[in-house]
Every structure is written in C-alpha cells, then in structure tokens.
Design a protein around this ligand. Structure first.
Ligand code: IPM
Ligand code: MG
Length: 361
C-alpha cells in the first residue's frame, strides 16, 4: 500500500531525529512492501525565517491531506530575538498550537514507562520503582487555558492579564471516551486528574466522566486532585494506568511522568482526533544546545513513527517490528549519551543509533 506522510523536521535537533525515523520507516517499507511518500513542511522557527509566520496555511493543507504527520521538535532559545521578540501568535510554539487546533487533535497520548534496561537512569529510589511502571497520560489538547479567551488590559489603571479556562461537556466527553477505550486495551483503570475542590470546570469534568464511565463497567475510575497526583507520581507511580486530564494539567504532569522514567529521549507521543489522521512527535523539545552534533537520541522519534504506523495506518506488525528493534538494540547495550551509564562501552551518535535500529527490522 502507498501512504502519504507529512514530515515536520522543525528546529534544533528536529531535522536530525526525523531523518533517523525516516531511515527506519524506509526499512519498514522495504521489508513489508509498502510505499511511504514523504512531504516536508516547515513549522516553527524555520518557517518564521522563511515566511515570517510559524506555520503557513499551505503547510496546514498538506498536513490535512496526508495520512499522518511526523514531527521532530519546534522552538529555540528564548534569547533568539528573531523568533521570540514578536507577538505570541507569531512565535515558533504557536505553529504547534495551530496545527493541533486545525487538525482537531484533541487527544494527546503520552506513554511513560520504565525500560528494564534503563532502570539505573530512573531518579526514584529502588523501593519506589519496585517492578517498574507503565502509564499513559491522556491529555486534552485543544481546549482549556491554551485556547480560552485572553486579554491584557488596564483595570482601574492597573495592568491586568486574563486567561480563561473553559470546557464544554462535548469536549470532555470525546476525550473521556478515548481514555476509556485505551484503558480497555490496558489494565482497565482510569484516574481522572483535576482540581475539583476549586474549579467549576473540574467539577464538570467529574460529572461528564462519571457518565461516560457507566458505558465501561469493567474499567475502574479513580478521582485524584492534581496536586496529589504530582506527589503520587514520585511516591507510587505503579498505581497509574491511564491518567485522564485537561490540557494544562496534562502538560505539567507529562513532563513529571517522563522525568521519572529517566529517559525523556525515549518517550513518544501521539495526538489524535476523530479521523485516522494523527500527529506523532517525541515528548522532548528541540534541544538547541546539542543541535547538529550527532548527539541527540532519535529513539523517541522512531517510537513515535511506530505509533504512527499503529494508530493512523493500522500497520500493527510493522509497528511491533520497530518496537522490537529498539528493544533489541538496547538489550545489546547500545546507548546514546543521554541514556548511557558512566561505564557504558557502546555509546553511539544519532545516525548510528538510527542505523542500528533500521538494521534490526
Ligand atoms: C508540549 C509543549 C507545548 C505545550 C508547548 C511547546 C506549547 O510543552 O507539547 O508539552 O505546552 O503543549
Ligand atoms: Mg509540555
């Protein structure tokens, strides 16, 4: 079969890691007899340099008309005045928010699990790690504070900034359904994380999620306040299976969850909507400090490509093949520098890691 994949290399280490994912996808195409047609678009700082905006309408059209989108990372040092001394809607990150909204990608899946091979990198104590943990954060991605009405104005002569956090029941219901569907294929537990002791929006989340849960009697539903969740993640991470939460809480908790795996360079993510079209990207950022040095870990992007095959193209065997190849390379002891112990003898660069994985498919 032939598939159209939009590539967004982006900024910083983005182009290097996307190139390695393409190397792996080309190998999959070869091995399983598919044809992947790649079309590159600009987003982020590179698009600002070229067109003066972080994402053009033409680029969005290309993405919308493809089967899936693979993204590296966007953004740079905030000190880069060309990209950051401009209105917020013209900064690199605005391109990311725009593509999420335009493609209606309301569900952001961020898995966080501890690789056995990488346990030493986990910052938690051994007794807390126990047998490891395996959770997925299902973050609402197109509502809440990120997309609410906002304004900065003088109120009685005092400068005042307002951001609004609003959700309607439909926005909550569709993401809740996604979370329960995912839980059905996992350990059948959903933890709804909110601030229902303070916020009206959180109380609406509780009401709607409770309704949805009636359709999924096998799934256990637990309510947890966000401050408690931040604590539980470092105290007892194994209790979590699916964490369902709104946009801003999900942004914050997913960084915490990825940190406790000790290997943010390993974590993939998927942003999904109603249709098959999804956007796949590593959970880490553009790391401008190491860009162009063949140091970045391409595994999160390669695993994102596996998610792309699984969720957007329905190519399960092929996705499994990528994940198995990654596990094999790790078990053989190869590491990029970010996940290497001090005694590691097989430290490799970005390109070598990509080739090692492609060779094992
Ligand atoms: C993320 C990032 C983005 C977000 C930024 C870059 C706008 O932190 O994907 O988690 O807050 O959603
Ligand atoms: Mg974030």
């Amino acid at each position: 079969m032939a598939y159209n994949i939009t590539l967004i290399p982006g900024d910083g280490i983005g182009p290097e890691i996307v190139a390695e994912a393409v190397k792996v996808l080309d190998k999959v195409a070869d091995k399983f007899n598919h044809s992947f047609l790649f079309t590159k678009i600009l987003m982020g700082g590179c698009s600002i340099d070229e067109y003066g905006v972080p994402l053009t309408d033409e680029a969005i059209e290309i993405a919308k008309n493809s089967d899936a989108v693979l993204l590296g990372a966007v953004g740079g040092n905030v000190g880069n005045s060309r990209w950051y001394d401009v209105a917020p809607n013209l900064r690199p990150e605005a391109g990311l928010l725009k593509i999420r909204k335009e493609l209606q990608l309301f569900a952001n899946l961020r898995p966080a699990y501890l690789y056995k091979e990488l346990q030493k990198a986990c910052p938690l104590k051994e007794e807390i790690i126990g047998d490891g943990f395996d959770m997925v954060i299902v973050r609402e991605l197109t509502g809440g504070l990120y997309f609410g009405e906002r304004e900065t104005k003088k109120v009685n002569g005092v400068e005042t900034a307002i951001d609004t956090l609003s959700y309607n029941e439909n926005e909550i219901r569709r993401i809740a359904i996604k979370a329960f569907e995912i839980a059905m294929k996992r350990r059948k537990k959903v933890t709804l994380v909110d601030k229902a002791n303070v916020l009206d929006s959180s109380r609406l989340w509780r009401k709607v999620v409770a309704e949805v849960s009636k359709e999924y009697s096998e799934v256990e539903l637990v309510y947890m306040l966000v401050d408690n969740c931040a604590m539980q993640l470092v105290m007892n991470p194994a209790q979590f299976d699916v964490i369902l939460t709104e946009n801003m809480f999900g942004d914050i908790l997913s960084d915490e969850a990825s940190m406790i795996t000790g290997s943010i360079g390993m974590l993939s993510s998927a942003s999904l909507g109603k249709s098959k079209l999804g956007l796949y990207e590593p959970s880490h950022g553009s790391a401008p400090d190491i860009a162009g040095q063949n140091k970045a870990n391409p595994i999160a992007t390669i695993l994102s490509a596996a998610m792309l095959l699984r969720y957007s193209l329905n190519l399960t065997k092929e996705a499994d093949a990528i994940e198995e190849a990654v596990a094999k390379v790790l078990s053989e002891g190869y590491r990029t520098v970010d996940i290497a112990d001090s005694d590691c003898e097989k430290i490799v660069g970005t390109k070598e890691m990509g080739s090692l994985i492609a060779d094992r498919i």
